[in-house]
Design a protein around this ligand. Structure first.
Ligand SMILES: NC(=O)c1ccc[n+]([C@@H]2O[C@H](COP(=O)([O-])OP(=O)(O)OC[C@H]3O[C@@H](n4cnc5c(N)ncnc54)[C@H](OP(=O)(O)O)[C@@H]3O)[C@@H](O)[C@H]2O)c1
Length: 334
């Protein structure tokens, strides 16, 4: 089938975005990156998904994050992104920084999960086909595997780079100790670790207990996933669970039981504070994650172009006073 590309990216796409260096590397990442975990599966509207990706690129978002099992069904987000590459983005391949991962359940049998060389290399081969790419810019071990020697997992990442299938490698969901060990092994193999992808938001601060220190010391970048706590750090759940929201969906990882009275109390106060600062809660939550010097980028999700347009404004009011930071800490402890 011959598909004519009608998409013309905005000429001013690099005028507003801030780009930040990723650890001790040559790579600059946009302060805001887009993840395709939700909203890009076969259960979602392809036209909306494509508009989100086009708008993101128009706004200077050059980094798109995927994983083998994003969907549903597994593989669908990569396949849908591959369609967009084919129709819209292939002329701009060198302007894009595309990542994928393997580490979670993907196909049946003993070779479709965790961290073996067998799984990681075959999974990336499948991902490249689905995304219609010759290489990804970044390939992650999606989680540590307690049963596979870490040397084998890191060795597979090193091989992937040497085979030209990924330009850089990264880690996700590794503890501070596991991260340090992995960084050292990768360095000894001659393939430095570019970045760690970790959950971080006002509602989940685990990275502050050691991981960020390791990354800073080792000069490895960090990208925060779920910086809006999957939508909880927006004004969306202030008055209940709206239809169509992530917490209302059965196949989602945000359970309605997570929207407790205590969370609504916190979110309401944070929302008041954001209004005082002249921004939305989503914008304040993203600016708060980016206040951390170790943070290269925040990896957001969006189910509409409007959300993307809201979130991108986080870069406009990004400073916090000491007083505001203290107030946020107190609110989060309450
Ligand atoms: N490495 C890992 O293990 C891992 C795990 C999870 C995620 N990730 C990566 O991180 C990316 C982002 O994760 P996430 O989707 O959980 O991020 P998030 O930014 O915390 O949540 C995104 C969701 O919040 C809602 N939202 C976003 N902007 C909004 C706004 N301005 N106003 C109201 N609601 C808004 C939307 O939900 P509604 O659908 O309710 O509108 C959206 O889908 C993923 O796509 C993936 O690439 C990685």
């Amino acid at each position: 089938m011959n598909i004519k590309c009608t998409y013309q990216p905005a000429e001013q796409r690099y005028d507003q975005m801030r780009y930040q260096r990723c650890g001790h590397s040559g790579v600059l990442l946009p302060a805001i990156s887009l993840g395709l975990w939700h909203n890009f599966g076969d259960v979602d509207n392809f036209d909306v998904a494509r508009d989100i990706v086009r708008t993101a690129f128009d706004l200077g978002i050059t980094h798109f994050d995927l994983a083998n099992n994003y969907g549903p069904p597994y593989g669908a987000a990569e396949a849908n992104f591959g369609r967009m590459m084919h129709t819209d983005l292939s002329p701009y391949r060198d302007e894009l920084f595309i990542s994928t991962k393997a580490g979670y359940d993907m196909w049946p049998g003993p070779y479709g999960n965790w961290g073996s060389r067998k799984y990681l290399i075959s999974s990336l081969n499948q991902s490249l086909k689905r995304m219609r790419l010759e290489y990804v810019d970044l390939f992650y071990s999606h989680r540590p595997d307690p049963a596979t020697p870490i040397e084998e997992t890191m060795g597979a990442l090193d091989s992937i780079v040497r085979q030209g299938k990924a330009l850089y490698v990264g880690l996700s969901n590794y503890s501070a100790e596991q991260t340090l060990q992995a960084i050292q092994i990768l360095r000894s193999l001659g393939t430095p670790c570019l970045i760690h992808q970790a959950r971080y938001s006002m509602l989940d601060r685990w990275v502050e207990n050691g991981l960020l220190d390791v990354l800073t010391r080792e000069q490895v970048g960090c990208i925060a996933f779920s910086p809006l706590a999957q939508g909880m750090l927006t004004n969306k759940y202030l008055h209940g669970i709206p239809e169509g929201s992530r917490a209302s969906k059965t196949f989602s990882y945000l359970k309605s039981s997570a929207i407790t009275e205590q969370q609504i109390h916190r979110i309401t106060h944070l929302n008041d504070m954001a209004i005082k600062r002249g921004q939305t809660l989503a914008q304040m939550a993203l600016a708060w994650v980016l206040r951390t010097p170790a943070m290269t980028s925040v990896l957001i999700g969006a189910s509409s172009v409007a959300q993307l347009n809201d979130n991108i404004q986080a870069l406009k009011v990004s400073e916090f006073s000491e007083q505001e930071l203290k107030e946020i800490d107190q609110l989060l402890k309450a």
